[in-house]
Design a protein around this ligand. Structure first.
Ligand SMILES: *Cc1c(COP(=O)(O)O)cnc(C)c1O
Length: 459
């Protein structure tokens, strides 16, 4: 007889008071830190060694494995939620959102269908309604939360493609194209690749796409080419925070009857900020909008909203059909979150932001977003006054591209290494018109001008 067959098969599912205490203590420690440590990029070989042999028939001591997690694994993850994380797009979850994420996990809360999950879906939809309202979308609008902006863009562009094919090809699988500019996020290009849609690149005379750019490009189309059935505008480019001319592009989209998708994965939260709100005018005409709560809406990973002006169009495209699922579709007045994107099982990942916004209130969200916009302006002023520094372009939203006079690509990379080693900041370079430059992205309201000055002090 092997030992295993004599074990109680339910043993892993029994309450373990000691393990619970240790995990709760860990969480309490982490949550009570004024600023979480940045930590370090890890060494894959050392990590492989530390983890080697852990998966084995008899298991390990939970206390030892928690210690290994704390001392080895977690230290080899740069903390995106540190106020000193100024690279890529940081994250800055509220305490309420983090805590509620634990509730969602500990109850395995899902948000698949109204049949099983009316409670969580109602709460998630309340947040989607708030986001739709700040964008000015009509009452008909609705959507779901997916894992990230990339998944949200893929979900929306699938609907744009199929609705377009319906209109121009009577639903036949014939080629269609979707318009975008070079500044569109990489996930748009990847989504078009997955969907086998040829990108229709709109040349822009400046960094933002304008109505004139789109009009010019569309008027040059040869009628024998695949029709353009949609356009993607970006409301806050990831590299530089630039917002396309949403009002102008939406007017052209309406004239041509094409789908208007707005990728506001990073920038969407700035809809809450009165200081920049008018730059988003026209977003209310969108057929679909991507907005990432795990970026500037202060929710933990991983969550993005995909919101459709007419969610029924999305349900037609994304609903999965299987005999065992028929029971989910008995009431066709209700649209299930699972029917609005490419997924079936889904965690109720919208609940952490729901709890946080309901508890903290929308004014707190507005103020936290405005904090990063004001910091951006302060940093820009500092750069203007510094004789060795220059702004590469005027900052937009909460992203600053800067140059240290005389620096080359290696200087920026060396600065990155030096700053993470000293735990001063995590700052990575980017490129702008072929030149390597410095870049800050701010979303954490706890990031201060002093922290940014520490970066410049290291130059
Ligand atoms: C971050 C970002 C994405 C991708 O979102 P993920 O959540 O990382 O998948 C798409 N578009 C824009 C504009 C972004 O900033």
């Amino acid at each position: 007889m092997s030992g295993a067959s004599e074990l109680n098969p339910n043993s892993m599912h029994l309450f373990d008071a000691e393990l619970t205490k240790q995990v709760f203590e860990y969480m309490r420690d982490r949550l009570s830190m004024p600023d979480v440590p940045l930590d370090f990029p890890g060494d894959p070989k050392e990590l492989a060694q530390a983890l080697s042999g852990l998966i084995k028939p008899e298991g390990n001591s939970a206390t030892e494995i928690l210690k290994l997690y704390d001392e080895v694994i977690s230290r080899a993850v740069v903390s995106g939620d540190s106020p000193r994380f100024m690279a890529f797009i940081p994250t800055a979850p509220t305490k309420a959102a983090l805590l509620f994420d634990m509730i969602v996990s500990c109850a395995s809360i899902q948000g698949i269908s109204w049949l099983e999950a009316a409670g969580s879906i109602s709460a998630e939809n309340q947040v989607l309604r708030w986001m739709s309202d700040v964008a000015g979308l009509p009452e008909s609008a609705g959507g779901t939360f997916v894992s990230g902006g990339s998944a949200a863009n893929l979900a929306a562009l699938t609907v744009a493609r199929d609705s377009g094919r319906q209109r121009v090809h009577g639903g036949k699988r014939l080629p269609v194209r979707i318009a975008l500019s070079q500044q569109a996020h990489s996930s748009i290009g990847n989504s078009l690749g997955i969907l086998d849609i040829e990108p229709f690149i709109v040349e822009t005379s400046d960094y933002a796409m304008t109505k004139a750019d789109l009009d010019r490009a569309l008027s040059a189309i040869d009628p024998s080419d695949a029709p353009v059935v949609g356009v993607v505008a970006t409301a806050g480019t990831t590299n530089a925070g630039i917002i396309d001319d949403l009002a102008g592009i939406s007017a052209t989209a309406q004239e041509h009857g094409i789908w208007f998708h707005v990728d506001a994965a990073y920038g969407g939260a700035a809809l809450l900020a009165p200081s920049v709100r008018d730059q988003f005018n026209g977003i209310e005409n969108a057929d679909s909008i991507t907005m990432d709560p795990h970026k500037w809406w202060f929710s933990p990973f991983d969550v993005a909203a995909i919101i459709y002006r007419n969610p029924k169009l999305a349900a037609v495209v994304h609903t999965q059909d299987a005999s065992y699922l028929d029971v989910l579709h008995e009431d066709d007045s209700l649209i299930n979150p699972t029917d609005l994107a490419y997924h079936l099982t889904r965690r109720a990942r919208g609940l952490p932001i729901w709890f946080s916004v309901v508890v903290n209130g929308t004014d707190a969200y507005r103020d936290a977003v405005e904090a990063s916009i004001s910091l951006t302006n302060e940093v820009a002023d500092f750069i203007r006054e510094h004789e060795d520094l220059e702004l590469v372009i005027e900052p937009s939203l909460s992203i600053v591209l800067w140059r240290r006079k005389g620096w080359n690509a290696k200087d920026y990379r060396d600065l990155q290494d030096q700053l993470i080693q000293s735990q001063t900041a995590f700052v990575t370079p980017t490129s702008w018109q072929g030149e390597t430059v410095g870049r800050f992205a701010f979303v954490h309201p706890g990031t201060t001008i002093e922290m940014v000055k520490e970066v410049f002090a290291a130059l």
